[in-house]
Write a protein that binds this ligand. Structure first.
Ligand SMILES: [Zn+2]
Ligand SMILES: [Zn+2]
Length: 700
């Protein structure tokens, strides 16, 4: 095992549940990186947890008239459920109201005080005379002195982003009773951040490889001059202050939430002393994943606390993402923009969400999220390219059966594919080592596109008709590509990768190595389709497979037959003009495709309850057949659309056009809808046209 590393994700407030912006900002990149380190053999300790104190929680509790503990428990549970569904894992997920955290916080602050970095000072705070309490910054509302926004709070203007002191607000009021607060002196403890101005600047300047956003935020923050920060509040919700005279105050949440990382490591190890021992190792590397709005707390203030504490190595990397915007606006629960994760998870497979977020990861710049774009990418890139490639390659391998290495004769395309696999794996490792998660993901996706192109150009189905060793080489290379995608995919889409690896015979995780060994094909079961597409559109057309039970003539109609059809749970009769092309005997028992939601029509005195699909050329009529189908009444899928069965008129039916088009060297029927071809598919096998008709025929 390689060395010990820590990976942390910022502790979210639990005044509401997580939304997609949080997942994109910190938690998914955190999880991807943690998985990468584990698969590379590092001894990883990872943690995060619920930041349960602070005024966002108490404000909500007071508004809803319930204890803050109820709010905290509710959202802690919901967030854990979200992480579980998203396959985002932690070695420890702490709660800052826990006994261990309170103990660790107390001790940490005592050390800071003993080292001379905590002092007492008076400050002016708003005081509500009606309630007889000091008001926390967020308990005061007023007009922003900067932009004039009416509901700025005492810590920050939500509109222009300016941070401020409550005393700067114009016409401040108490948010609970709208009374005008007085500003009174109150005693608080302060952390002497100013002592570390030079050391922190030096630290930031030594981190040239950090992301640009982190560096520029941090440098600006130092350049503006560091300020000592209050570490206590006039509140009753929070961690007790371990010093005399502070019994009715609490620790300010920003400082104890940061100490939560120590609590995380201590909970994993089951021992606080061991946590400090690891932290004391000057070669310790650890990574913080945080949102953009949390950068300076992690890059400046937290390192300042660690220096003040002593014997603690500073963070190796602070990785902060920009914002994921929903139609150009910052995701925000309070403004009601964006999506709650629970809503997303109800609608979409979690691997789709991971894919969609990674595709648009706001690593260097803000990025936009739209549902339409997300669904489209999942369908056309994840499913049509990656999923389709995996399915084609593994289905061919399964049909071929076991191959041994001495039965393989590679050609140039196979050699190229091998090189491409090696270089992609090595690129992914290098990119991930540098915490460039978006680039690594794109490299992975490019390899999937490459696989798709490889198989199309290599045409194993042709090779396998002629030359065994050549055919084996194509199939073996296809499996290698799939295997490489699955092994590297373990970090991005863990559930999907796990399924593919298990088809290939691997029940455990596979270590990610540059010199990956490739298995020869040993598929024991037919691979299933990896994903079902996201379907939103409905189409009013129902096609079903029917078995022809009986064929009879219609008096005086020399082109028409009366067909008795079995549809599984029902029977029906249709009139069809195929008498000149098919004998009665040749039709009996055939499985055909029938439109079953067509309004009944009377033809030559006979009621026809539907219409069969057939194409016509100069040689006559060609039926659409489903010989592999064993279930009468089987539904025919039309592209990725949902079908419904409201009765349609023949005029409405004629708005669809059904034509024959070429697919994988076969001529197959397809439905054209808004000029896009939609393939007709059945679960049990292939649909094809009787005879050898040409491409481009219209089906009637
Ligand atoms: Zn008040
Ligand atoms: Zn403002």
């Amino acid at each position: 095992m390689k060395e010990r590393v820590f990976v942390f994700a910022a502790l979210p407030y639990v005044n509401s549940s997580l939304h997609l912006g949080h997942i994109a900002g910190a938690y998914l990149p955190y999880d991807v990186f943690r998985r990468f380190l584990k698969l590379r053999g590092y001894d990883v300790i990872s943690s995060s947890g619920s930041d349960e104190h602070g005024t966002p929680v108490t404000v909500r509790a007071i508004r809803e008239g319930i204890p803050p503990q109820d709010i905290v428990e509710k959202f802690h549970k919901i967030n854990l459920e979200i992480f579980k569904k998203m396959s985002i894992e932690f070695d420890a997920y702490i709660e800052t109201s826990s006994k261990l955290h309170k103990e660790i916080t107390s001790k940490f602050l005592k050390t800071l005080k003993d080292n001379g970095y905590i002092y007492e000072a008076e400050m002016i705070q708003p005081f509500c005379v009606l309630e007889n309490i000091f008001l926390a910054d967020r308990y005061v509302k007023g007009k922003c002195p900067n932009c004039g926004y009416e509901s700025a709070t005492g810590d920050q203007c939500e509109n222009c982003g300016r941070t401020m002191e409550p005393g700067e607000l114009i016409d401040p009021i108490c948010i609970f009773d709208q009374s005008t607060p007085e500003f009174r002196e109150t005693k608080h403890l302060f952390f002497k951040l100013t002592s570390f101005q030079d050391q922190l600047l030096e630290y930031i300047e030594s981190k040239g490889s950090w992301r640009q956003n982190v560096l520029s935020f941090s440098k600006n923050f130092i350049a503006n001059g560091l300020k000592d920060r209050p570490i206590t509040r006039d509140l009753n919700w929070g961690v007790d202050v371990p010093f005399e005279g502070y019994e009715d105050k609490r620790i300010y949440v920003w400082i104890e939430a940061l100490i939560g990382y120590v609590t995380g490591v201590a909970s994993v190890l089951g021992n606080t002393e061991d946590a400090y021992k690891l932290w004391n190792n000057p070669n310790l590397k650890y990574y913080h994943f945080v949102g953009k709005d949390n950068i300076v707390f992690h890059s400046i203030i937290w390192p300042g606390m660690l220096i003040a504490h002593g014997n603690m190595t500073l963070p190796y990397v602070i990785a902060a993402n920009e914002f994921l915007n929903f139609k150009g606006e910052k995701f925000s629960k309070s403004k009601g923009t964006g999506f709650s994760m629970l809503q997303m998870l109800e609608k979409y497979n979690s691997e789709f969400i991971r894919f969609g977020v990674l595709y648009n990861l706001p690593e260097e710049h803000d990025s936009d999220f739209s549902v339409e774009d997300f669904e489209n990418r999942v369908n056309t890139e994840l499913i049509d390219k990656f999923g389709n490639f995996v399915n084609r390659a593994l289905t061919l391998a399964f049909k071929r059966g076991p191959i041994t290495v001495d039965q393989i004769a590679q050609n140039e395309l196979d050699q190229k594919a091998e090189n491409r696999i090696r270089s992609s794996i090595s690129d992914i490792i290098t990119q991930m080592d540098g915490v460039h998660i978006r680039s690594a993901f794109r490299t992975w996706l490019d390899l999937a596109y490459y696989g798709n192109t490889y198989i199309t150009n290599r045409k194993p189905w042709d090779a396998c008709k002629k030359d065994d060793a050549n055919c084996n080489a194509a199939i073996y290379t296809g499996v290698k590509l799939v295997y490489a995608l699955a092994v590297t995919g373990q970090i991005f889409l863990p559930e999907t990768a796990k399924r593919i690896l298990s088809w290939l015979g691997y029940e455990d995780q596979v270590e990610l190595r540059e010199d990956l060994n490739f298995p020869v094909s040993k598929l024991t079961e037919k691979p299933e389709r990896l994903f079902e597409k996201i379907v939103n559109k409905e189409l009013n057309l129902r096609l079903q497979v029917a078995r022809i039970e009986d064929v009879t003539d219609i008096p005086d109609a020399d082109k028409l037959y009366l067909l008795d059809l079995d549809l599984g749970d029902s029977k029906r009769r249709i009139v069809s003009g195929i008498k000149n092309n098919y004998t009665k005997d040749s039709l009996k028992g055939k499985r055909i495709v029938v439109v079953t939601n067509l309004k009944p029509a009377v033809i030559r005195g006979q009621t026809s309850n539907g219409m069969l699909l057939a194409a016509e050329d100069e040689n006559g009529i060609h039926l659409v057949l489903a010989p592999d189908s064993t279930t009468s009444g089987e539904e025919v899928k039309i592209g990725d659309l949902l079908t419904n069965a409201t009765e349609i008129s023949i005029e409405e039916f004629r708005k669809f056009s059904i034509k024959t088009i070429k697919r994988d060297s076969n001529v197959v029927p397809a439905l054209f809808h808004e000029d896009k071809p939609l393939f007709l598919e059945i679960q049990s096998g292939r649909l094809f046209l009787d005879g050898s008709p040409k491409e481009g025929l219209k089906i009637k």
